[in-house]
Design a protein around this ligand. Structure first.
Ligand code: G1P
Length: 293
């Protein structure tokens, strides 16, 4: 199977859950500690060997392009001040990956955003990474999207990330009926977007990582639109599932939801606790705070 070397990141949504900040700052640029959430996603793709990345943006997303561009004034000022370390942090962005941008004309959903990737991906397989899902891996674990890509490269089947969730969280995610193939790999028979708890197939939820190939465009084309006229990406995965062409992979790693406020705050605290400069001060503060509460 062809090696997965390209990635697509849909980033056109309004980010309404983070209003008012998202009136002018897009949600992909909200930081976890000091890096925008989007940087974590791009770094995961690059660490997975996907250096060609298409970001599907929209209106009011110009700061994303600026972030990955070079910043001559800032770099000159840092250089003049002898701040080598900060200079390398700034310069890292320009050299991180080959990043392409396309604008989704109307943010009408995930499947529509994926269709914008067609000429970028051609016949090659690619990873899709949703910006709200941050996957943290350590030790020997490979980056989340690489775990899926390794599986795709062996089987040739579209592969989605699976994670066990509690009943209360079932309505937040796509849900699957799946049969185990091997330790982490599952064959998906049915998939449904955000069911009610009583309609769940299982406690296996789909997290925003997918490895697909050009077959996805054709599957999207064959997917009946929902009553509101939108074609749901999950329904297109369902088209593949019916034909026995969909796998799920229970990835190794911790997943954070940067798309809701409480989990976003938790992610900030946990990433800060992993930062050697912030760790001891924050730990002392949290201890003091927990005694007060
Ligand atoms: C999207 C997908 C959903 C998936 C989820 C993972 O939903 O539509 O199938 O389970 O991401 O985070 P969203 O969270 O954008 O509503």
């Amino acid at each position: 199977m062809k090696r997965v070397k390209k990635a697509v990141i849909p980033a056109a949504g309004y980010g309404t859950r983070f209003l008012p900040v998202t009136k002018s700052v897009c949600k992909e640029m909200l930081p976890i500690v000091d890096k925008p959430t989007l940087q974590y996603i791009v770094e995961e793709a690059v660490a997975a060997g996907m250096r060609e990345i298409l970001i599907v943006t929209g209106r009011n997303k110009k700061i994303i392009e600026d972030f990955f561009d070079y910043t001559p004034e800032l770099d000159a000022a840092l250089e003049a001040a002898g701040q080598e370390e900060l200079l390398s942090v700034s310069k890292k962005m320009e050299n991180l990956a080959d990043i392409y941008f396309v604008r989704q004309k109307h943010p009408v959903g995930f499947a529509d955003a994926v269709m914008y990737a067609r000429s970028f991906t051609g016949d090659e397989p690619f990873g899709i990474l949703l910006g709200d899902d941050i996957i943290y891996t350590e030790g020997k674990a490979k980056p989340g999207i690489r775990q899926l890509a390794d599986s795709y490269e062996k089987t040739g089947k579209t592969t989605v990330a699976l994670m066990r969730v509690a009943d209360d969280d079932i309505p937040k995610y796509a849900n699957v009926r799946a049969e185990k193939i091997s330790e982490r790999l599952y064959s998906i028979g049915e998939i449904v977007e955000k069911p009610k708890i009583e309609n769940k197939f299982s406690n296996d939820a789909v997290i925003g990582r997918y490895v697909v190939d050009a077959g996805i465009y054709e599957a999207i084309g064959r997917t009946p639109p929902s009553p509101n006229g939108e074609v749901y990406f999950t329904d297109s995965l369902g088209v593949l599932a019916k034909e026995g062409l969909l796998h799920g992979y229970r990835f190794e790693g911790l997943r954070y939801d940067a798309g809701n406020k409480l989990d976003y705050l938790k992610a900030n605290i946990e990433f800060a606790l992993r930062d050697p400069v912030l760790e001891s001060g924050l730990r002392a503060y949290l201890k003091e705070l927990s005694e007060k509460l």
